[in-house]
Design a protein around this ligand. Structure first.
Ligand SMILES: Nc1ncnc2c1ncn2[C@@H]1O[C@H](COP(=O)(O)OP(=O)(O)O)[C@@H](O)[C@H]1O
Ligand SMILES: [Mg+2]
Length: 377
């Protein structure tokens, strides 16, 4: 756990004192990612640099796992903290191996052990160690350099990571890829992370919690959904954007809200059975499945009424399906594109995984509002 207690930094400049951090108090629970979010110049980097003492606090305290870090020397402190700096910051005259091994070597690791660790980390981000260990940074693409910047901070396996706009110097498409990769990695390594960003979308995606800063102060510290659903003031509402309700759609997966027990029948089921299945569940459509449980069409009550025969005689093709692992943004997008009120969900093998309806999406967006309403009573 990282805990900041009234952390303050005042820079003395020729034009007078600048308060870069103003009594910042917050806690990052072990294994979680906290995103420090805010416009340029609001003090995010300064807070991060105070944690590993690249900037010395004017006042206030920093605790890591309950220990006041001012009692630790620099080596002890930095052994427990990995740092990814704002501009990647690989040393251009060192190979990738040398770059990754800077901290392990400082800590006195044997060269062979450090190299093995570098190879293991490259592997973790999908870079072939044989190809890359001996290259220089300029021989890597921007995205590859960024990956090396991240794994370098992990080299000595520190419990705490500080990441300053770690994916900032990369195009939007590759940024999404590297964010996904990092989240997957984090689900295994479970570091305690302070992550600086100025991008609300990145914050919502990466953060277990988000701390929004303005002029050195924390304005709101909450879960991403809370920040989007209940911005604490006009500044935050403005910062998170007028489309904040749409942004919340990213936070919910299809499988969390789809109904796996929605009526589904085989192609050879009688229309009468299909109708009964619909009525039993009070659903006005049934999904038709092939022999491998893949959805291939649907029947509505209207189509089935008065008809005889089997499902495939009257079924119509599905306008679209959504992967169960997608988020609700994909659902809403497909619903609008095809002008439909419901969509069939499929698992990784294309098998039927349920149905998601527009009513459910609306209910999910309303949920935290209602919860908040109840808490206020
Ligand atoms: N070394 C420094 N000397 C003087 N002022 C600084 C120094 N570092 C940062 N500042 C000032 O402190 C404020 C916060 O900066 P910074 O923490 O870098 O913001 P952010 O990372 O949120 O963009 C800014 O006004 C910046 O100009
Ligand atoms: Mg900064």
């Amino acid at each position: 756990m990282i805990r900041l207690e009234e952390l303050t930094k005042v820079f003395e400049t020729p034009s007078g004192p600048v308060v870069a951090a103003d009594k910042v108090s917050m806690e990052v629970p072990t294994g979680e990612i906290c995103v420090l979010l805010g416009p340029s110049g609001c003090g995010k980097t300064t807070v991060l640099k105070m944690v590993n003492r690249l900037v010395s606090p004017t006042s206030g305290k920093i605790f890591i796992d309950g220990k006041d870090t001012s009692t630790l020397n620099d080596v002890e402190l930095r052994r427990s903290i990995g740092y990814v700096i704002q501009q990647i910051g690989l040393f251009p005259n060192m190979t990738i191996e040398e770059n990754i091994c800077v901290v392990p070597r400082l800590l006195g690791w044997e060269k062979a052990k450090a190299r093995a660790r570098a190879a293991e980390l490259l592997d973790l981000v999908g870079l072939d160690a044989k190809l890359y260990l001996n290259r220089y940074p300029k021989e890597l693409s921007g995205g590859q350099q960024q990956r090396v910047g991240v794994i370098r901070a992990l080299a000595a396996d520190p419990p705490v990571m500080l990441m300053d706009e770690p994916f900032g110097a990369i195009d939007p498409i590759n940024r999404e890829v590297i964010q996904d990769e990092f989240l997957k990695m984090q689900s295994e390594i479970k570091k305690t992370i302070m992550f600086v960003s100025h991008d609300i979308d990145e914050a919502v995606k990466m953060g277990d919690k988000v701390a929004i800063f303005r002029a050195g102060k924390i304005e709101q510290y909450d879960s991403p959904d809370k920040v989007l659903a209940h911005p604490a003031n006009a500044f935050i509402a403005d910062f998170v954007g007028a489309d904040r309700t749409l942004k919340r759609l990213r936070l919910v997966t299809v499988e969390a809200v789809s109904d796996p027990a929605w009526p589904a029948v085989s192609r050879h089921a009688s229309i009468r059975d299909a109708l009964m299945a619909m009525r039993e569940r009070k659903a006005d459509v049934a999904i038709m499945l092939d022999a491998d449980q893949r959805p291939t069409g649907y029947l509505s009550e209207e189509m089935a009424e008065g008809a005889s025969g089997v499902a495939r005689d009257v079924a119509r093709p599905l306008p679209a399906t959504v992967p169960a692992r997608a988020d609700l943004r994909a659902v809403v997008s497909e619903m609008f594109a095809h002008d439909v009120m419901w969509l069939t969900c499929v698992d990784d093998n294309g098998r039927f995984a349920g149905v998601v309806t527009q009513a459910v999406v609306t209910a999910v967006l309303g949920e935290t509002y209602r919860r908040q309403g109840m808490a206020a009573q």
